[in-house]
Design a protein around this ligand. Structure first.
Ligand code: PEP
Ligand code: MG
Length: 545
């Protein structure tokens, strides 16, 4: 048995045989030709066929992964019609007197390289797309096309990498799982895999591909990213049990899908999910969460080498909002400092970083960073149901400064003629004891509170959440923390605001009833906890006891 490690992008287990993914006719040779007009005709015919195929893929994607994810194939169709791309192919055929396949391959390399070298993340991503459409065009010329397993048995597809169109084209009835040697967990392919509910691991490494052959027995763990080649009996047994647990979850999903989260006495609770980036939307949808209660936007900054631009942020926020199709998406503004350090922010070293220069304190001190993020957020607000939330609030004046900045940004957008949504809700995190204690003063200023129990516990109990030695001192059900939450809930409601919990305690099922009795309106938890929490809520009767 050999074990390989990649990145799990869809949490499910598959046990089955490997099928190495092959692309028909990928080998392109340079051939001299006498009749450029004939080659140009071949390009046009291939283009027509490629458009037909892409329209079919788009329709399949629409049904399987939704409108936002299907959009990429509309972009592919537009790219096939791009003037520069077509001029380049024509030029190479006419001036070099070469075959159409070769002209497309050279154009593809040139354009892909050009896109890859651009600063803008959106344009960089077009590099993979131009390769994808070019491979399709070449395949259409040779009547080949991309292939998958021919056998009737469901297989684990193993590939070097898969383009988005190849991923969507996989016949779900024949694919147990897929594993790629390369690729990133943020790629479009990974996002599609999540939405297609296929167990998938990407970035398993070159060695993985070299070491397997068609028909080898594999276990793919989409939860952990582990792949077992030729697994022993014990491992197969362990994973069969894991599969059974997944099946139970799936059944729960079927039972709860589309149902409201209401207690036995009829109280409605919103159950949302917490995410760190665009890549997690698939698991939010797979677990049927009612919205996103916390998008930790700092991960966009953490994954970047430099300050993400307004455009890059806008693209990410818009994607999340569109994917959630009108469901609530609460994006928290930058929360770095303390345990989340970023070199390019050049923050001074501090003796007590958890009590230091972090989150809203950085944003209010460096308004240019804050303004860029707020502009991106408000621009994205036109594409869905956005809530903006500020972290680490301790005072009324901080909230007033945040609100003033929002007003400034909205005015700027208005005078630039850029659309935004006036319905964007504004909220704050209740994660410092100070905020909870003055929640009566804060609530009239905002639409909602969201309790960050991780920090609220750390600050209330004076226990650094990073310090493993303190674990035995941290009583997560400490009465002081619970009283602060209760006080905040009361003050929110008196002032017409709603209140949620987005810290880890929201997923503690032994506290769900306590929270509901306090009047908590929303609970936002990691995607895997959404379904058990929804099941729990439906078993509670607030009229009893
Ligand atoms: C919290 O503090 O509970 C919270 C949700 O924020 P983070 O864990 O990102 O600090
Ligand atoms: Mg926090």
């Amino acid at each position: 048995m050999t074990v390989f490690q990649g990145k799990g992008v869809y949490g499910a287990v598959a046990i089955g045989k490997a099928s190495i993914f092959s692309r028909g006719g990928a080998d392109v040779r340079r051939e001299s030709i006498d009749d450029p007009a004939k080659e140009l005709e071949r390009v046009e015919a291939a283009k027509a066929l490629a458009v037909e195929q892409l329209e079919a893929i788009h329709d399949k994607a629409l049904k399987e992964v939704g409108e936002a994810n299907a959009e990429i194939f509309e972009i592919h169709i537009m790219m096939l019609d791009d003037e520069d791309y077509n001029d380049s192919i024509r030029n190479i055929i006419e001036t070099q007197k070469v075959n159409a396949e070769y002209a497309v391959a050279v154009t593809s390399d040139n354009f892909a390289e050009m896109f890859a070298s651009m600063d803008d993340a959106y344009m960089q991503a077009r590099s993979a797309d131009v390769k994808d459409i070019s491979n399709r065009l070449i395949a259409c010329m040779s009547e080949g096309g991309s292939g998958s397993s021919e056998s009737g048995e469901k297989m684990i597809v193993c590939a070097d990498d898969l383009a988005p169109s190849e991923t969507v084209s996989l016949d779900k009835d024949k694919v147990l799982a897929f594993v790629t040697a390369f690729g990133s967990s943020n790629s479009h392919t990974a996002i599609l895999a999540r939405n297609m509910n296929i167990p998938a691991v990407i970035g398993a490494g070159e060695e993985f591909l070299k070491s397997i052959s068609d028909g080898d027995m594999l276990i793919v763990d989409g939860h952990t990213g582990e792949i077992y080649v030729d697994p022993d009996e014990d491992t197969v047994k362990r994973y069969t049990e894991k599969q059974e647990a997944d099946a139970k979850k799936k059944q729960l999903l079927q039972e709860l899908k589309g149902k409201e989260n209401i207690t036995l006495d009829g109280t409605k609770i919103n159950v949302y999910a917490n995410i760190g980036g665009v890549a997690s939307i698939g698991s939010v949808l797979a677990n049927d969460a009612g919205g996103i209660g916390l998008f930790r936007s700092e991960f966009l900054y953490l994954e970047s080498e430099d300050y993400p631009t307004e455009e890059q942020q806008f693209t990410a926020y818009r994607k999340v909002l569109e994917s959630m199709a009108g469901k609530k998406v609460i994006i928290r503004t930058l929360d770095i400092g303390a345990d989340k350090q970023i070199d390019y922010f050049k923050l001074d070293k501090e003796d007590n970083p958890a009590l230091g220069f972090r989150a809203i304190r950085i944003c209010l001190t460096r308004p240019e960073i804050f303004r860029t993020q707020l502009r991106a957020l408000y621009r994205a607000s036109a594409f869905g149901n956005l809530g903006i939330m500020f972290p680490m609030i301790t005072s009324v004046s901080e909230v007033k400064k945040c609100l003033a900045m929002c007003e400034e940004v909205k005015k700027e957008l208005q005078s630039d003629g850029i659309k935004y949504s006036e319905d964007t809700e504004i909220g704050i995190m209740i994660e410092t004891p100070a905020a909870a204690v003055i929640s009566d003063k804060l609530a009239p200023l905002v639409d909602f509170f969201s309790v960050g129990t991780n920090d609220l516990t750390q600050y209330t109990l004076a226990c650094d959440r990073q310090n493993a030695k303190l674990e035995s001192f941290v009583d997560t059900h400490h009465e002081a923390v619970l009283r602060l939450i209760e006080m905040s809930a009361k003050n929110a409601h008196v002032n017409g605001a709603w209140i949620g919990i987005c810290g880890e305690l929201g997923a503690d099922l032994t506290l769900t009833e306590t929270f509901l009795r306090m009047g908590i309106d929303e609970l936002s938890v990691s995607p895997p906890y959404v379904l058990p929490l929804r099941e729990k809520i439906r078993s509670i009767d607030l009229k009893q006891g």
